[in-house]
Ligand binder design. Structure first.
Ligand code: ADP
Ligand code: MG
Length: 666
């Protein structure tokens, strides 16, 4: 049962829909599955005598209403409870409020006192009869963005609640998803927080179950027959000859495994795992060449526009001389340009196509897709994974990841894939030296950077969000950019962030690659895959906020040439024990696998409502560690469902699959 689009909710127009899209919410079901990160407790009334600087509910009778026109226009509503007198102050108001506040009426106020016992623009309600004690109420607080508040989301979600009736009727832990979702958004005050916890657990279980079901389905079809792609013209050899470097023995082994898979009449399902800079791209290119030789097409899916653009350049450089046509398709291309690319894909002119998710929208029809390559898999959630499977289920599939995944996790996350590991870096690389610095010693870091710039090196300076808010990250990176530009007047200082258009970003990145910009201030948009050999210094601010997988990824942007490279991690004091442990691990180790183990150990289950840091975790609401913990249980529940209630299994998968992406249950 496909869910309606969010625009079917009253009050959600095209603009709001666009904003919701940034939260990965497209359908009413997505909206319902947007989980609160916390709850506001509005059940306990606070006496005016006992006010602190916390949010609270107070209640009293209005005793006086005054308007002032002097210094600052304002309305003051004085009210009293048994213990004292409080003030509600409005700076903006109109005739509605003038009529509303009457002496003798009852007033509820919810908010945080601005000073003393005065509330400025709190939330309030006026009653003309004694309302009694405030009704118990836990208001969910939703992960929000600068342009959509938690309150608006909440209002839309309340409207969407009736649609939970369409969720699959599968009962587990004595709850259906419908019941659980209702409870999470509108918890029962009498049993809060227990019932809410149970409900949340149930929703989490459902997502993990959907993921497991997809995996099991894929495993069932592991021996899917398809057209083999044998070696025909030996074009691979030509690339290897022209490359200018020899493959490492690890690359050779892995390329061999991949090409061997391709020559079989069974669809390949393979994951290549290899540290940042280990040279996965060239292996992917060899596979694409093989597909082109067989007159079939390859789709290469990158997680960001920037990375797609970079891959496009590399593949063009490598494949065009072999007579292979390379195309680019991203969501931010001009419509006309995109259409013509799509035509080229449909008529088969484009043989290798690099793109972002847009590539896999229904609209894009390949003439003969035989190979799908997903780069940096860790960025792709369950849903994109399902999407991929939906597109050309016969296609060979190759997944690349730079995130070294601990063994236990790899077995559970990628149980349906064969794994190849590139466990060797190209020769001539000097290990990166990592140091950690308290933010108070920032000046030391700036001086070290200055020294490196003077030596002719290039520097990345990455600003990390203080919270997950896009605005704050942007403003932090803007401030740092301004400061550094002022400081280093003689050299090119650039700024790249997620708000920029693709062409703007590319312009900056090109200038950096060409050395015109020597110091590049960036948000984490540069995280994945960007390759500038001359960059030897990586500074990361608020490093304690990131997981090790991400820090390791970022650090991997340097150390690509022969020069000694440095990574300087700045942190905000005071550090918690586990943050210190993580930064120490970064200083001590450059082994991605070791870091992944530390990450798993120190970050663990995470807080139930904690910030979701991007990393290995592909889930919307579930977490990897609970997935690993409950793996067996999930497996047996899935097997039973697939055997006894296959259509229910389909419904569960569909609930968690984005609209229009058509997971094809092969
Ligand atoms: P990743 O595995 O992180 O995707 P890339 O494929 O981007 O790494 O490779 C990093 C850099 O190393 C690229 O510039 C690539 O051309 C180069 N490279 C790859 N393999 C080798 C090799 N065997 N010898 C020397 N350089 C190599
Ligand atoms: Mg890469």
């Amino acid at each position: 049962m496909p869910s309606n689009l969010v625009t079917s909710i009253s009050g959600v127009g095209p603009q709001a829909a666009e904003r919701l899209h940034h939260l990965n919410i497209r359908t009413v079901a997505d909206l319902l599955l947007h989980m609160p990160r916390d709850y506001q407790d509005r059940t306990r009334r606070t006496f005016l005598r006992d006010l602190s600087d916390e949010e609270c509910v107070v209640q009293g009778t209005i005793v006086e209403v005054a308007e002032s026109y002097k210094n600052q226009r304002g309305m003051q509503v004085f009210f009293e409870d048994e213990t004292g007198r409080g003030t509600l102050r409005l700076l903006h108001y109109g005739s509605y409020q003038r009529n509303l506040f009457r002496i003798g009426s009852w007033l509820y106020v919810y908010g945080k006192p601005a000073y003393g016992k005065t509330f400025i623009h709190p939330q309030y309600r006026v009653f003309h009869e004694d309302p009694g004690e405030p009704a118990s109420e836990f208001r969910p607080v939703y992960p929000a963005t600068a342009s959509i508040s938690s309150a608006r989301l909440g209002a839309w979600i309340v409207q969407a609640i009736p649609e939970t009736a369409f969720f699959p009727k599968f009962k587990y832990d004595e709850l259906t998803l419908e019941e659980a979702v209702r409870e999470v958004h509108q918890p029962t005050p009498t049993s809060y927080p227990d019932s809410m916890h149970g409900a949340f657990r149930r929703v989490v279980f459902d997502e993990m179950l959907a993921f497991t079901l997809v995996q099991r389905r894929q495993r069932q079809h592991k021996n899917h027959e398809t057209d083999p792609l044998p070696s025909i013209a030996g074009l691979e050899q030509k690339l290897l000859h022209d490359l200018g470097f020899a493959l490492t023995s690890a690359q050779e082994r892995v390329a061999g495994e991949v090409l061997d898979d391709l020559s079989k009449p069974i669809a390949m399902r393979r994951l290549i795992q290899g540290d940042v800079g280990s040279g996965k791209t060239v292996v992917a290119a060899l596979a694409a060449i093989r597909a082109a030789e067989n007159e079939t097409q390859t789709a290469i899916m990158a997680p960001t526009e920037l990375l797609a653009e970079q891959h496009f350049q590399v593949f063009t450089e490598w494949l065009t001389p072999l007579g292979i046509e390379v195309g680019l398709l991203t969501s931010r291309m001009a419509t006309r340009q995109r259409r013509s690319q799509q035509d080229a894909i449909t008529n088969g002119h484009a043989q290798v196509v690099v793109g972002t998710h847009a590539l896999f929208q229904e609209k894009t029809i390949f003439k003969r897709l035989a190979l799908s390559i997903i780069d940096e898999q860790h960025r792709f959630g369950v849903h994109q994974r399902m999407q991929m499977t939906g597109k050309g289920e016969n296609a060979h599939q190759l997944v690349l990841t730079a995130t070294p995944i601990p063994r236990t996790l790899a077995l559970t996350m990628f149980g349906d894939l064969a794994v190849s590991t590139i466990d060797e870096l190209p020769p001539g690389r000097t290990p990166i030296r990592t140091t950690i610095h308290a933010n108070e010693r920032r000046e030391d870091v700036v001086e070290a950077v200055e020294q490196q710039l003077r030596n002719g090196q290039q520097v990345y300076w990455v600003c990390v969000a203080i919270d997950e808010n896009e605005e704050t990250t942007l403003s932090a990176s803007t401030t740092t950019f301004e400061q550094l530009k002022e400081r280093f007047t003689n050299i090119g200082v650039g700024h790249v962030n997620g708000r920029m258009r693709v062409d703007e970003k590319n312009q900056v990145m090109t200038a950096f690659r060409e050395g015109e910009i020597r110091l590049l201030v960036a948000t984490t948009v540069i995280e994945v895959g960007i390759d500038v050999a001359n960059a030897t210094v990586m500074v990361i601010e608020n490093a304690e906020r990131l997981g090790l997988a991400q820090l390791h990824q970022l650090r991997g942007r340097v150390g690509r040439g022969g020069e000694q490279s440095y990574c300087l991690l700045l942190y905000q004091t005071p550090l918690t024990g586990s943050s210190r442990e993580r930064l120490e691990a970064m200083r001590r180790s450059t082994d991605g696998f070791e870091l992944a183990e530390v990450d798993l150990k120190t970050r663990g289950m995470g807080q139930m409502f904690g910030n979701r840091q991007s990393g290995v975790d592909p889930f919307r609401v579930a977490s990897l560690s609970s997935f690993v913990e409950r793996y067996e249980e999930l497996g047996s529940v899935s097997e039973n469902l697939l055997r006894d209630h296959p259509s229910l299994a389909d419904e569960i998968i569909a609930t968690w699959t984005p609209e229009g992406q058509g997971y094809a249950a092969t």
